[in-house]
Unconditional design. Structure first.
Length: 230
């Protein structure tokens, strides 16, 4: 398996390139519109054919590159089940597996940051957590039908029950951290460690964070898979 982590400095978004080296087929997870040329160049250099663009959720802080990549490569755009994106080619529900040669990507439904959100477990070892579980943190729950109680449940019951050595690759990091593990987050994640469900809900209700700068343009565009014109 080829696994690459790519970064968008403007929004601190990670995009993940996953490929099966035998079939030379690839998946991009959470592509960013402004980085499409970079991603396409890398695919060309590595001799890979893009089969799927996979979203963890409908993003509020950046516009997805899926529409542009789909137009250029003929790949399919995939979003979590119940996501408000009628343009998607496919919706992935909890437990569903996407296969590319020897690469298996399993969807784990992790709503809470938004009402439709998936983490993706790649070959049982690499967990792409989107905006659910972050390194030493978690995604906010105060817009897009977010629900702090639901987030606490899915992190503690679905993610923290994976093996401790499972690698955690988040959708963002604002402090330059690139990877963690389930074991580390169970021990050091300050949002969750030592807090019960009610305490977590209270904490999340009092963060008072400003809205993402691009929320007004990003959400409607991402409901169209990143197509900027309606």
């Amino acid at each position: 398996m080829l696994f690459r982590q790519l970064f968008d400095p403007e929004t601190s978004t990670y995009t993940y390139l996953i490929a099966d080296l035998e079939t030379k087929t690839a998946i991009l997870v959470d592509p960013v519109l402004e980085q499409v040329d970079r991603d396409r160049q890398l695919l060309t250099e590595l001799g890979l054919t893009l089969k799927y663009c996979l979203e963890t959720h409908i993003h509020a802080d950046h516009i997805t590159g899926t529409a542009k990549l789909r137009e250029a490569t003929g790949c399919l755009g995939i979003v979590p089940e119940n996501a408000q994106a009628i343009c998607a080619d496919r919706f992935m529900k909890n437990g569903e597996v996407l296969e590319l040669g020897s690469v298996k990507v399993e969807a784990i439904a992790t709503p809470g940051h938004t009402d439709s959100h998936n983490a993706y477990l790649v070959n049982g070892t690499h967990l792409l957590t989107g905006d659910a579980l972050l390194i030493r943190g978690c995604g906010r729950t105060d817009f897009q039908s977010g629900n702090a109680g639901m987030m606490y449940d899915v992190i503690t019951q679905r993610l923290f029950t994976l093996p401790d050595e499972t690698l955690v690759y988040p959708g963002h990091d604002y402090r330059g951290k690139t990877v963690s593990t389930i074991g580390e987050e169970k021990q050091w994640n300050s949002r969750l460690v030592g807090r019960n469900r009610n305490e977590f809900i209270q904490l999340m209700a009092n963060l008072n964070l400003p809205n993402p700068k691009k929320i007004m343009e990003a959400v409607p565009a991402n409901q169209r898979c990143g197509s900027v014109a309606a």
